[in-house]
Design a protein around this ligand. Sequence first.
Ligand code: PDD
Length: 282
Amino acid sequence: QVIYLNGEFVTKENAKVSVYDHGFLYGDGIFEGIRIYNGNIFKCKEHLNRLYDSAKSIMLDIPLSYEEMEAALVETIQRNDMQDGYIRLVVSRGPGNLGLDPKRCPSAWVIIIVEQLAIYPEEAYKNGLISVSVSQRRNIPDALNPKIKSLNYLNNILVKIQANLAGVGEAIMLNSQGYVAEGSSDNIFIIKNDVVYTPPCYVGALEGITRAAIMELCDKLGYTLKEIPFTLHDVYVADEVFFTGTAAEVIAVREVDGRTIGTGKAGPITTHLLEEFRKLVD
Ligand code: PDD
């Protein structure tokens, strides 16, 4: 397995960054999680657009042009002979003296890791996930805009810790106003009376690329989709609930906070959307 490390291809053992890397020291950096299906990078343009937007927002100068970045992704996939897998693309502020001033870092570092990644067990895709809501909140407005896919994932990790403590695969984070925001690393959809709902990003969610693909599918398949804030009550009484994410893909939720969702398994619209999503990627 080879890793792209700032323009070089190195083995996993030699893939090291400096302890003075500001991505490590201060979380000063951004990242993307991207899927490879049948050797193709799924939604490459959308992921790279989001990456460069995140970079611009934190004034991080990526040393590769869009085209060079795409070429680096393609070459890393080819060198790893990866047909189906997952790319972790990281751009850190790079090494610099101690002190959080980005001016201390002469150049950003680009890292591309290609791996297999399954964040939920196969069983959960078959039977649906059990989930809970947690006390960890996304502040609105958040000091760090959730549209920036930054290396500051402690808020999400604290959600994941509470999911672990509850013994479930994923947890639902609310925002400081009590509206449902998203999961620790995926967006959320609910379905009620054949209408599909997902929180608008201003509620405090990453503008997910899988979320966007599902929204397009709803449009194409003629499902009414409403991007409006909703609460845990709406989740509990929903007919169907599912999460979406590059790593998660599309996964049904069968129970939230002890409330069985619908019939306690993937609902008909979730199943239909999942089938159509699979056609997009296969
Ligand atoms: N990211 N929300 C959060 C907080 C996430 O971290 C992710 C995905 C999503 C889903 O976004 P997208 O559909 O663009 O992947 C929502 C993890 C690392 C991933 O799945 O790669």
